[in-house]
Design a protein around this ligand. Structure first.
Ligand SMILES: Nc1ncnc2c1ncn2[C@@H]1O[C@H](COP(=O)(O)OP(=O)(O)OP(=O)(O)O)[C@@H](O)[C@H]1O
Ligand SMILES: [Mg+2]
Length: 297
């Protein structure tokens, strides 16, 4: 049953779930024995494993797991300022899925994406990517692994203004050590797919928001990743550009078979485009459903 908003809101600030208590006990911070321990409500003690029954399948019809979170929690801050940004979240994302993480501001969407994308480590729980437990992977290795297996798209585009569109798109490939000629050919194909090839030689600084996001999507695909994470990719765009960007992501997901996970706080955007909607509230997964998108490519 879904928790009442007041209960959860209160719990987010002050309740320490058992799974976190163990973890916190390990952290060598000065303890405060005077501070009473608060028992977590029953809803916090459940581990939910949600497996999509969506229409996407991997090779030979087998559903292959690309990302798995096992009881992942993330705490920011200390003592009474503790924020349970993510609270015992478990889920599997399968190969080829186009999923949205939907939830209100501050519900833990970006935190969840940071955990899935190995941009940060959880306070407790496991993050497993392509069958690999990322806890066992060192910082430098994580960066290499991320560069070769994952692509990221952010609300703020993160285009390097002094570089041309082509150079921006090729950059992650150059860092990963792929041959230049191969990258050039691939960048051109991706810019064509995202509809911005005509600006290939222009500097990033001269592009509109919608154009920059097309470049960012091409860049996210340059290393042939298995998964693309997009955090509010249309958050800074008008409705027309937002629809174009969502259409491009949907098309790329379908044509490349790449798993795409987007964050949005816009329910319409989720129902219009994606095939799975994961709902998050106060750091907990409160829903996970198959969606039949409104728009075909
Ligand atoms: N580095 C941090 N230090 C302290 N608190 C943080 C940090 N990052 C996130 N938080 C807190 O964790 C909670 C979840 O944040 P998160 O950014 O994941 O939410 P969100 O759902 O992505 O929100 P938005 O829609 O506004 O982007 C929030 O209460 C936020 O203030
Ligand atoms: Mg966010």
């Amino acid at each position: 049953m879904a928790e009442s908003p007041q209960v959860v809101k209160k719990a987010v600030k002050i309740v320490v779930p058992p799974v976190m208590q163990q973890n916190q006990a390990k952290a060598a911070e000065p303890s405060n024995p005077e501070k009473p321990q608060t028992i977590a409500p029953a809803s916090y003690q459940k581990t939910k494993v949600v497996i999509s029954s969506g229409p996407t399948t991997g090779n030979n019809g087998q559903k292959e797991t690309v990302v798995e979170l096992q009881g992942v929690s993330k705490i920011y801050g200390q003592y009474e300022n503790k924020v349970y940004a993510l609270n015992n979240a478990s889920l599997k994302v399968l190969k080829g899925e186009f999923a949205a993480i939907l939830g209100p501001s501050g519900s833990g969407k970006s935190t969840m994406l940071h955990m899935m994308g190995c941009l940060d480590r959880p306070t407790s729980g496991k993050v497993i990517i392509n069958g690999r437990d990322m806890a066992a992977v060192t910082g430098a290795e994580v960066a290499t692994f991320r560069g070769r297996n994952m692509g990221f798209v952010f609300q703020s585009y993160n285009i390097i203004p002094r570089l041309t569109v082509m150079e921006n798109v090729m950059l992650p490939g150059i860092i990963a050590g792929y041959p230049r000629a191969e990258l050039e050919a691939r960048a051109k194909d991706l810019l064509k797919e995202t509809g911005i090839l005509h600006r290939a030689d222009h500097k990033g600084v001269h592009l509109s928001g919608g154009e920059q996001q097309r470049v960012a999507i091409a860049r996210a695909f340059i290393n042939n990743p298995t998964i693309i994470f997009a955090d509010e990719p249309t958050g800074a765009l008008d409705t027309k550009s937002s629809d174009e960007i969502m259409g491009i992501l949907k098309k790329m997901n379908e044509q490349h078979g790449v798993t795409v996970v987007i964050i949005t706080h816009n329910p319409k955007q989720a129902t219009d485009y994606v095939r799975r909607i994961i709902r998050i509230k106060d750091g907990q997964i409160v829903g996970d459903e198959v969606n039949v998108p409104k728009y075909a490519v």
